[in-house]
Ligand binder design. Structure first.
Ligand code: GLN
Ligand code: ZN
Length: 764
């Protein structure tokens, strides 16, 4: 018999119960017990509904109130000193690590967050040093295993593996130079031994140990550590399903197949080509192979016939008892259920599959591979065949105008008219900004009033005219605030945008939208990615109306604000039938037209945000060049249609530039704003080292937390930045948009930011 398995499940709850409870707890509106109860209800619902779909291996322990990596840090006592000694309860220490805390005399910033591999999920980076003393504060894996058992579901607990945990960690400030977190492995293993032995004692037959690091090139240097870890753990642990996802094992396979584990999970959605190699490597062992056949990263229905073919190949080689049909990764990156979608057409709904539907898919594929004659299985196979055929038919109808325009792109369309040095002079005259110009990244607080107005418009309770008037008033408030505060390059505040990707998707051809398809970005922040279903084009201007209104009410220059092609692509669910490159170029052409229209409307600076350009980077280095070529070309295509006097900006909310530096330079944006406040300015050194030539606004404070940066704190940052960067290149701005913040902290922070810039103008 072929078994089925789900590697992890969305945490939000079908009706966003967990997000709501977590935020209510933060606001002091509910107690810890209420929060625990809300979480328990959602976990129970997930476990039972996965079980009802007929899945054999059901995950537990991967649920989280904020982030699963943070859960491990808290459990292992990896708690930076700055969060200790304030008299906070364990859960408040946990949340303080995730989002910072500024209340009752406690003032601590959030820990650094990083993107989880190539996804838009962010994890909280553990901080370790030689002084780190691991301790098992609690055993979440055991607790949730028992919790599931108590509601009648037997689960396969999930833990993040010790090697991946350490590789994902960073050296804390206390660490000595050259300290490598992985050197702590001997100290960490006893904790895992306890954790896993307790799990076995609690009755777990299997444990899923995630080692996603194994799909990276860097894992090849970790062969010894992997051997040490798994030789120590497997004798005392439940049967270990060593789990990899998001890419291929490649040469790491040679040592992975030798590890003393009972099972190995591979991602056949992202890397179907690795099946033969893996089969050959595990055949002589007794390893059970878990095939990631149902995508954990997209929302398209699995093609059962194709999956069955791969599954059959594995069975032919290993026998049915050594094969499991699984989701390719955790379903964390997909929405909960298609059942919540009331507005998709029947045709569209038939194309998709969300987490619960995917759970049913693994069960059906496994049943089919086991030779089931069950009527329900046969019917499911037939229905899938029809759905897939219908989608293929839809895919074959393309928009010829768009396809031809993409095919006709020429190299000169990617380049500005003059080089940066020339443009800089022209723009200085045109924009007339002071030294160290202050600006923001675009959005201002998305208040309850704004969300309510949008909801009312959606329900038809107010007219479009009333809504537009309301938005104009919001823009005016934001403009007047910036004038009063003394910012130099203004923004309109983006009140009209529900989301930086959805807003554009809604105005472009080729997208469909969901009502409830939320996917976790970080903590309690969820996004609802649009779905690209066909060729993309722009029926008409998208932002010109708001940007020109904003410019019409002020004498200060107004920055237009767009989301870049690569980010729209990466933060949408892309089509699976054509390349990402083609989809990106189609988006770039649509944005190019918008940029040209904005300039025509009198806008003199335009920011095209590309925060996702880096996360789209393939995990294997050998795939990087191809990606960077089309990604950077797409950005250039979208921005290069303007005159020299237009100042182009771009924005990235991250700090790992070392390895993609030449591509950032090749974008040739006149100004880029980047995250710098949480990463100890290590990236500025990168810019210096590589001799970056264009202007930069390194974020002077972290907007992901409600904490207000002090006046002196910003001055110190500017001083540190100016010790590295030339005066003439520096812009002063926060490290990201302000939409998730309240007005109180926004006002206080920006006043301090402007003061600090004024101080810098006098001092430097
Ligand atoms: N312009 C966007 C904003 O200010 C950028 C957001 C982002 O980088 N994630 O919200
Ligand atoms: Zn950002």
């Amino acid at each position: 018999m072929v078994a089925s398995s789900v590697l992890g499940f969305p945490r939000i709850g079908a009706n966003r119960e967990v997000k709501k409870a977590v935020e209510a707890y933060w606001a002091g509106k509910i107690s810890v017990d209420d929060l625990t109860k809300a979480a328990a209800d959602v976990k129970k619902a997930s476990w039972t509904s996965i079980k009802e779909r007929g899945v054999d291996f059901i995950p537990s322990g991967e649920f989280s109130l904020y982030d699963h990596v943070l859960d491990h840090s808290a459990a292992f006592n990896v708690i930076p000193k700055r969060y200790v000694g304030h008299g906070l309860s364990p859960i408040d220490v946990y949340f303080a690590m995730g989002r910072g805390r500024q209340a009752d005399g406690v003032d601590v910033p959030a820990s650094e967050m990083k993107k989880w591999f190539d996804s838009n999920y962010h994890f909280v980076v553990p901080e370790v040093s030689e002084q780190t003393e691991f301790k098992l504060n609690f055993n979440k894996a055991v607790e949730e295993f028992k919790e599931a058992k108590a509601v009648g579901v037997s689960t396969r607990p999930v833990v993040l593996g010790p090697v991946s945990f350490l590789v994902l960690s960073k050296a804390s400030k206390e660490a000595s130079a050259g300290f490598q977190p992985i050197s702590l492995l001997p100290k960490l293993l006893p904790i895992y031994k306890t954790l896993l032995a307790d799990l076995k004692a609690a009755g777990a037959e299997w444990v899923q140990i995630d080692e996603p690091i194994l799909v990276l090139d860097t894992a090849s240097a970790l062969e010894k550590q992997y051997a040490t870890a798994y030789e120590a753990l497997s004798p005392i642990a439940p049967k270990i399903m060593l789990t990899t996802y998001f890419s291929r094992l490649d040469s790491n396979l040679s040592f992975i197949a030798k590890l003393p584990v009972a099972g190995l999970h591979i991602d056949l959605d992202r890397a179907p080509g690795q099946l033969d190699e893996v089969l050959a490597a595990v055949k002589p062992t007794s390893i059970v192979l878990s095939l990631g056949l149902v995508s954990g990263r997209n929302i398209w229905k699995a093609d059962f016939a194709a999956a069955i073919k791969l599954g059959q190949k594995a069975i032919d080689s290993l026998g049915a008892d050594r094969v499991i049909v699984a989701t390719s990764s955790s379903l964390l990156h997909t929405p909960v259920t298609l059942a919540s979608e009331k507005k998709l057409t029947a045709e569209q709904k038939d194309w998709f599959s969300f987490a619960l539907e995917k759970s049913a898919e693994v069960a059906v594929i496994a049943a089919a591979l086991s030779g089931s004659q069950d009527a329900a299985v046969t019917a499911a196979l037939e229905a899938n065949k029809t759905s897939i055929a219908k989608r293929r038919e839809f895919e074959s109808t393309s928009d010829d105008t768009v396809r031809k325009r993409v095919a006709a792109i020429t190299p000169d369309q990617l380049e500005r008219k003059s080089p940066f040095a020339v443009r800089k002079e022209i723009q200085a005259k045109h924009l007339n900004l002071p030294k160290f110009p202050t600006t923001t990244i675009g959005s201002f607080p998305q208040t309850k009033e704004i969300r309510q107005a949008r909801a009312k418009l959606g329900k038809g309770e107010i007219t479009t005219e009333e809504y537009d008037k309301f938005i104009e008033k919001e823009i005016e408030t934001v403009v007047r605030f910036q004038e009063k505060t003394g910012l130099d390059l203004l923004v309109h505040g983006e009140p009209e945008r529900n989301d930086m990707v959805q807003y554009f998707g809604e105005q472009l051809n080729g997208f469909v939208f969901t009502q409830n398809a939320w996917v976790q970005s970080y903590g309690s922040r969820y996004v609802r990615p649009p779905i690209i279903v066909s060729d993309v084009s722009r029926p008409g201007p998208m932002t010109v109306r708001w940007s020109s209104y904003a410019q019409s009410i002020t004498k200060k220059p107004m920055k237009g604000m767009l989301t870049g092609p690569v980010t729209i692509l990466n933060w949408s669910f892309p089509r699976a039938d054509v390349s990402r490159e083609l989809q990106s170029k189609q988006l770039a052409l649509a944005l190019r037209d918008e940029v040209v229209d904005l300039e025509k409307a009198g806008i003199s600076a335009i920011q095209v945000d590309e925060p996702a350009i880096r996360e789209g980077l393939p995990l294997r280095r050998s795939d990087w060049d191809a990606y960077l070529k089309w990604a950077v070309d797409s950005f250039k295509l979208s921005t290069a249609g303007v005159t020299d006097q237009l100042q182009t900006h771009s924005h990235f909310c991250y700090s790992d530039f070392d390895d993609i530096f030449p591509s950032i330079q090749r974008l040739d944006a006149d100004v880029i704003s980047i995250e710098a406040s949480k990463s100890d300015m290590k990236l500025l050194n990168t810019f210096k080292q590589y001799g970056y030539s264009n202007q930069i606004g390194p974020g002077v404070y972290d907007i992901h937390s409600p904490r207000v940066p002090g006046d002196q704190e910003i001055k110190d940052r500017l001083a540190a930045m100016l010790a590295i960067l030339p005066d003439s290149l520096l812009f002063v701005n926060p490290d990201c948009g302000l939409k998730t913040r309240g007005w109180t902290e926004t006002e206080a922070s920006l006043v301090n930011l402007v003061n600090a810039a004024k101080w810098a103008r006098q001092t430097y």
